[in-house]
Write a protein that binds this ligand. Structure first.
Ligand code: SF4
Length: 356
């Protein structure tokens, strides 16, 4: 029986390492650590945003959860059931409760199938009678604010936003509980992005859907996600309630990301962190830096940062952060850090986010 007090999705210490083959006989010589010990959970009806630069491993997390690629380690539990590396039969059951919406709305649709046929396929697979298909497809189209005129259209006749609505409708056809949304708006214009987000919010309110929302576009997350996790090089660096993470980002990587997004209101301006541009490029996941993996780009890095890996700890009962700045045991190592970092340690709220 479903225990509604349990999170719908519980990911614990998930790892996905891709072997790197080399030499004439192609021996495994190394691993690309795309996902390296990721943990989070999502309550029913809530949204967790997984944010970070391209190459941080966000999409691999989603693909591993839904079984498109196998996990190297860790566990994934859905509604209390261990679905890590699920067998075919378990995967088939899972796909009726968990669906994924991909970044590219065009390649997700068969160009030779009309929209009506594309939406009828998952309905037929669920046993919907042929005589009821048209009505059910039109119902799905209306849920995503399209109409029955789309029944006979082909994907090339639709705009990017319309195609993504069809992809969302197709995911809804199996009446899922969890949607894994992998950059669902990144191929769309800004005005269309806002409409898709509004649609997702409406559908969540109506059907109690649970979302894992993956994006590199932080401006989409602020008013959409209940919780936000900031991912860097295969690892979560900060995780907490979205308003906390956006108003008082603790981790230097979160601060750098959030300082770069445009603000649209006075309140957002008040909380915008001082500008802390990221240095250099994200390192290769094949060559993860020692200690804190962000140390090669962090303006506050000390010798301790390249030597010791930070633990993931809660700060003031708020977000959890992976950074030595918040660990008293490392206080001496940061005697010389700039004033703003000390202010962040002291957690002085809005003032800590501003230029000293
Ligand atoms: Fe920066 Fe050191 Fe904190 Fe890593 S542990 S984020 S390098 S200050």
């Amino acid at each position: 029986m479903t225990d509604v007090s349990e999170p719908l999705l519980d990911v614990d210490d998930l790892e996905k390492y891709f072997p790197v083959k080399s030499g004439i006989i192609k021996r495994t010589s190394d691993y690309v650590k795309a996902v390296d010990g990721v943990s989070f959970d999502i309550e029913r009806g809530e949204t967790l945003a997984l944010i970070g630069e391209s190459g941080s491993g966000k999409s691999t997390v989603a693909r591993t959860i839904i079984g498109l690629t196998g996990a190297t380690g860790g566990t994934v539990r859905f509604d209390g059931e261990d679905i890590t590396n699920a067998a075919d039969e378990q995967l088939a059951r899972l796909r009726s409760r968990v669906q994924m919406v991909f970044q590219d709305p065009t390649s997700s649709l068969n160009p030779r199938r009309t929209i009506g046929k594309s939406l009828a396929v998952p309905l037929k697979a669920r046993g919907v009678a042929t005589s009821d298909l048209r009505e059910r497809v039109v119902d799905l189209l209306e849920r995503v604010e399209l109409n029955d005129e789309y029944w006979n259209k082909y994907p090339h006749e639709l705009s990017g936003g319309q195609k993504q609505r069809v992809n969302i409708a197709r995911a809804l056809a199996v009446e899922p509980e969890l949607l894994l949304l992998d950059e669902p708006t990144s191929a769309l214009d800004v005005s269309v992005q806002a409409k898709i987000i509004a649609l997702l919010e409406d559908l969540q309110a109506e059907f109690g859907l649970t979302y894992l929302f993956i994006t590199h576009d932080l401006s989409l997350v602020r008013n959409f996600a209940d919780e936000t996790a900031v991912m860097y090089l295969g690892e979560i660096q900060e995780r907490g309630p979205t308003q906390e993470v956006f108003q008082r980002p603790r981790h230097p990587y979160s601060r750098a990301l959030l300082s770069a997004i445009p603000v649209t209101t006075d309140e957002e301006e008040a909380y915008k962190p001082r500008h802390e541009p990221l240095r250099g490029e994200i390192p290769s996941p094949r060559d993860v830096p020692t200690g804190c993996r962000f140390h090669t780009r962090c303006p506050y890095a000390t010798d301790a940062c390249s030597a010791d890996e930070p633990a993931f700890v809660a700060v003031d009962a708020g977000p959890s952060v992976r950074c030595h700045i918040y660990d008293e045991a490392y206080a001496d190592a940061f005697d010389d850090v700039p004033e703003v970092a000390v202010a962040a340690v002291a957690d002085e709220g809005v003032a800590s986010n501003q230029e000293p």
